[in-house]
Ligand binder design. Sequence first.
Ligand code: 13P
Length: 249
Amino acid sequence: MRKKIVAGNWKMNNDLAQTETLITSLKKQTNTSNAEVMIAPTFTNLWQAYQTLKDNAIEVIAQNMHFADNGAFTGEISGGMLKSIGINTVILGHSERREYFNETDELLAKKVDTALAKGMRVIFCFGEVLADRKSGNHENVVESQIKNALFHLDAAAFQNIVLAYEPVWAIGTGETASPEQAQDMHAFIRKTLDSKYGDIVAEDVSILYGGSVKPANAQEIFSKPDVDGGLIGGAALNADDFFAIVNAF
Ligand SMILES: O=C(CO)COP(=O)(O)O
């Protein structure tokens, strides 16, 4: 049975004091849905966030990691380092990592391998840019992103993979994919997985939608049968908005 998940990607927002304030507000919220809730603060605040939420159902996750275990990679953070402070889930392949830090499918395949080898869960992000959507090439783009980064894995690996479809044109723009566009793409993603791994994997993988999800549109998006949750940017920076989205299930 696939899980419902709502994850807040804080991106490069919130210093330590702001992180503590937001977590205090999050702890006052009630989850009336059956969705798992996660937040991804910046690296410098992960330890504090993890300690503060240790006894809470909100899972603290990371926004990125390096593929190597350690070594001469100035400025980078390894999966082992994350695990050592209690972090068991990592977002990989976010479009901002792909665009601003030149992360390729090939690099992401290595990161996925390392995270899975460490026993971590991966939220793997992908999605087309506006030009691909306009030219009708969006399914091809998404299919190749998934194939290039994930299709070397065996079926069992997908127990620790969550997919996040984030059309780049909908991220931070206020423009959401329509619930139908999200549903169509999520169904296409399951079909793509089915073609390689069969229907058990395809039906069991959770597929999140990300891109301008707000309290006002969450319910309609989450009502679609192949949408299992959301990866939330801007609206995750406010505890009331974030939990309004969580409770939209
Ligand atoms: O990139 C996102 C989550 O990873 C989505 O961001 P917004 O919700 O701000 O559009």
